[in-house]
Write a protein that binds this ligand. Sequence first.
Ligand code: PMP
Length: 307
Amino acid sequence: PINESKYIWRNGEMVPWAEATTHVMTHGLLYGTCAFEGIRAYETPKGTMIFRNDAHAERLMYSSKIYGIGIHYTKEEIMEACRRAVRENGLTSAYLRVNAYLGYGELSPSATGCPDELDVIAFAFGRYLGADAVDKGIDVAVTSWRRSAPGTIPAGVKMAGNYLSSRLITTEAKARGCTEGIGLSHSGMVSEGAGENLFMVKDGKIITPPTAASILVGITRDSIMTMAKDMGYELVEQDIAREALYGADELFFTGTAAEVTPIKSLDGITIGTPGENPVTKSLQDAFFGLFDGRTDDKYGWLDPVEG
Ligand code: PMP
């Protein structure tokens, strides 16, 4: 169940949660023309902060541009809508879902006469992959579904329709008793999780698939890569063969919802030494430290909702 909050920011106004409904002929519903973002706001010792608000606004504008969805707000106005949605709901921490989509107006994939809609929904949200996933790790499966190939539906932008692939991957993984699934790229190399980027640690080196492997270029991925390099780790973006995953010392997922979550088994095979994930732990410490004050926000990633 969703933890409903009081108001939703809708095209510039705060409307009651129950009234934020839409017509069944909405273009975004009929054809998937909805760019979106998932963002987290954390309670920190310095107040509630939205993590990388600007990067999310930028990615939303980028996704919308490719599909001809107009956004009639500046980046700063989108960021302020996010702050306002958290603030006016009295939330101290939140998950935000921002939708930019084509509304009701015309029946055709090439429609140019639909209104551009923008919604920001902020609500209370806990751990995505289970209460102890971040500490204990999760069981994962490489599923039979491939991620979309280059030149088809672009995996590198965040559109609602892309999550048809995620649904197939994660549903198959759950049917096999796992918490989350991985998709391979069209060429058979490792791509990413249904809603997470994937990292592998081998002999102290950190490896993650390149953007060409049909991944969404995650903002958490970028944050972890930046911090890992600052911490002195050797980090490479490089194609990973499926079999290399089973020989990894550590595997972990990153994502706004998933945060930094270790993978303890893959296809029933134990990864590394159970309970020992020194590299993942050090990155988790750095990441979660941003929110509890142990890590200095030297990157300027925290955006206060109180302005
Ligand atoms: N890949 C996919 C398919 C996702 O849905 C997400 C979650 N948005 C990610 C990666 C991670 O991206 P981010 O860190 O920006 O949330």
